[in-house]
Ligand binder design. Structure first.
Ligand SMILES: Nc1nc2c(ncn2[C@@H]2O[C@H](COP(=O)(O)OP(=O)(O)OP(=O)(O)O)[C@@H](O)[C@H]2O)c(=O)[nH]1
Ligand SMILES: [Mg+2]
Length: 453
């Protein structure tokens, strides 16, 4: 393929920057812009996986001291010949070296083009390529672990395993249809067993979709409740700072206060909000409006109640608004006398904890409840996770076809129809791993990458 060049490191100041050159003429281009210090060494003769120290140049102009790393295809990231030139960081040297590479025949790399080439050259599957993007943007330790497992092919293997089962079923049916006299009869039970197993696998992937995304990308969480129930105290407890003002006066918080925290391996985008109540104060009323707005489209709600008081209008408004939103209910101020109608809260929320937010050890309980609500505990990244709408839609189509195939067998519909349906399911799985994918889909996947990856 033609030769591309790009800067692989982020812009700005840094110890080292890397210019990445890949393609048929990568060694040729690199040898024109890099002079080894040791005259006996030459990029063009270098073996793969070697490093050479020297000077990056543009014609007669010396640009920087640098190290060239040589990779020979197919044993490189892209699968092609590749040279990475490491120079000093900052804005000047890397750009000058990149310009020199362009002048010597490389063209600017598109977004994600190195990874796209790795895919096109059969180095990685499409799901693994998508995992690379997740790895780069991973914010939390759990997200990174999940992305790594995907990069190593956990989803690809899962999809291939299901596809292999379907192909066996398809082959049995084909033989029986085409050679009714010679091939063994179709064993309904066996076909159904393969299909059910595939169905279970696909259902599991879909079920874990939102949890997987939450783990990878973080979860927006809104803390809401009546005034003075301890929302800001909980915000501060979770973030480990005095981010929000806490005071005994009801109506302290008015603006939405945001903080990004690491909640034991999961990133939470927390919003602390104004206490919900009817008020004549225009600014506070706007705060309440924003709070309810935030609650209605959050991924997870932490609904806070004050144990020492009966449920008030704000509490009831929250109970109503929380309907259908994944939530954790916190009954706070457990150190005070219990006057609240706990039953009503437990009726509405699956996850209810009673704590005192002024006691630091309650953080652990909140974290546990939040993890439960997100479903992190039952999640095994090694079983493969879906990370994009594209992947989800492949799995959903596959599942639809498998379900129809099972029904068709159960209703005694001809095996021709079952055969077609299994074929559709196989196609969806092939699309998932990228075996069978259009140029448009590829462009869409790789356009989400940065240049240089
Ligand atoms: N006794 C007791 N007091 C608490 C507890 N949690 C918070 N408080 C106190 O309750 C008062 C209100 O706390 P905040 O965190 O400001 O409550 P808020 O819900 O953010 O209030 P607004 O912003 O006004 O809506 C403060 O005086 C806190 O110290 C608790 O568990 N027990
Ligand atoms: Mg507050």
């Amino acid at each position: 393929m033609d030769t591309i060049a790009g800067i692989a490191t982020p812009p700005g100041e840094g110890g080292i920057a890397i210019i990445r050159i890949s393609g048929d003429d990568a060694l040729e281009v690199a040898s024109k812009i890099f002079i080894p210090k040791n005259k006996n060494r030459a990029i063009k003769n270098a073996k793969g996986y070697t490093a050479i120290f020297g000077t990056a140049v543009d014609g007669d102009t010396e640009l920087d001291e640098a190290v060239a790393l040589i990779f020979r295809g197919p044993r490189s990231y892209t699968g092609e010949d590749e040279v990475e030139i490491q120079c000093h960081g900052g804005n000047m040297a890397p750009k000058a070296i990149l310009r020199a590479a362009y002048r010597e025949g490389a063209r600017p790399a598109d977004r994600g083009e190195y990874t796209k080439r790795a895919f096109l050259n059969g180095r990685i599957s499409l799901t693994e390529a998508e995992a690379v993007a997740e790895m780069i943007s991973a914010q939390s330790s759990q997200g990174e672990r999940a992305a790594l497992s995907l990069m190593k092919g956990s989803l690809y293997r899962k999809a291939e395993e299901m596809k292999a089962g379907l192909i066996t079923a398809e082959a049995n049916i084909s033989a029986a249809i085409e050679f009714p006299d010679e091939a063994p009869d179709i064993d309904d039970a066996e076909i159904i067993s393969i299909l059910s197993e595939t169905r279970d696998g696909l259902e599991k992937l879909l079920k874990n979709y939102s949890t997987g995304l939450a783990v990878m990308r973080g979860v927006p969480v809104v803390i809401a409740g009546s005034p003075n129930v301890g929302k800001s105290t909980i915000m501060n407890l979770l973030s480990g700072t005095d981010r929000a003002i806490v005071s005994p006066t009801a109506g302290t918080t008015r603006d939405v206060i945001e903080s990004t925290i690491d909640c034991d391996g999961i990133t939470l985008f927390l919003s602390d909000t104004a206490g919900i109540r009817d008020t004549d104060d225009a600014a506070e009323a706007e705060g309440v409006r924003r709070a309810l707005d935030k609650v209605s489209d959050t991924a997870l709600l932490i609904a806070v109640f004050d144990q020492s008081k009966k449920l008030d209008e704000g509490d009831r408004k929250l109970l109503e608004t929380a309907e259908g939103i994944p939530s954790v209910a916190i009954i706070n101020k457990s150190d005070l006398e219990n006057r609240i109608e706990t039953g009503e809260i437990k009726k509405r929320f699956a996850e209810v904890i009673t704590i005192s937010a002024i006691d630091e050890s309650s953080r652990e309980e909140i974290v546990k409840a939040v993890h439960n609500a997100i479903g992190v505990n039952g999640l095994s990244p090694d079983a493969g996770l879906l990370v994009s709408e594209r992947q989800r839609s492949c799995v959903e189509r596959g599942l639809g076809a498998v379900n129809e195939a099972i029904e068709a067998i159960e209703y005694g519909i001809t095996y021709d129809a079952v055969h077609v349906l299994i074929g559709e399911a196989i196609e969806s799985l092939a699309e998932l791993s990228g075996e069978n994918v259009t140029e448009e889909v590829l462009d869409d996947v790789f356009s989400r990458f940065c240049v240089g990856k």
